[in-house]
Design a protein around this ligand. Structure first.
Ligand SMILES: [Zn+2]
Length: 158
């Protein structure tokens, strides 16, 4: 098994995924991915990626449960909410996430075991692009302003 290289699979424009069955129950899986310039696309309102985001992950699996620990580095560009000046922030997020398949009735009691955030994966793989989008969203400031005291656009210039 090779580690330290990109071990995800890319399915025709469905983004970067980790196939759960490919995570060894003993050794786990190391995942490193450097995105192409400007990818992945962010949700509307979250700005856009500048340059090449990098994701490092260590995956561990116990049966259907997958634990992901890792970090993400990205630069995100957006506009000041008030004056529309272009801004960018460096996002450096570390995360610990637990992924489980969609809940079946009666499974709820097994969750909430610790402080890991719990996510759900659909089908047989975990969507790394979604994870990256979520982490970027979490890292961005609520108020996207160029400065605390931004006065916004001068009405005369609109
Ligand atoms: Zn501003």
């Amino acid at each position: 098994m090779t580690t330290g290289s990109s071990t995800g699979t890319r399915e025709q424009n469905h983004g970067m995924k980790i196939v759960v069955a490919q995570i060894s129950e003993g050794d786990g899986l190391s995942f490193h991915h450097l995105y192409p310039d400007g990818e992945p696309d962010l949700l509307a309102g979250d700005g856009h990626v500048i340059g090449r985001p990098e994701v490092l992950l260590q995956a561990a699996r116990a049966d259907e449960k997958v634990e992901l620990r890792g970090s993400l580095t990205a630069v995100v560009g957006f506009e000041c909410d008030r004056c529309l000046k272009p801004l960018s922030v460096l996002v450096e997020q570390s995360f610990e996430l637990l992924y489980v398949p969609p809940l079946k009735a009666g499974d709820e009691k097994e969750l909430g075991e610790d402080d890991l955030s719990i996510g759900f994966y659909q089908g047989e793989s975990i969507d790394v692009d979604d994870l990256v989008r979520e982490q970027i969203e979490l890292a961005l400031p609520m108020a996207r302003l160029c400065s605390e005291g931004c006065r916004g656009l001068c009405p005369a210039r609109i």
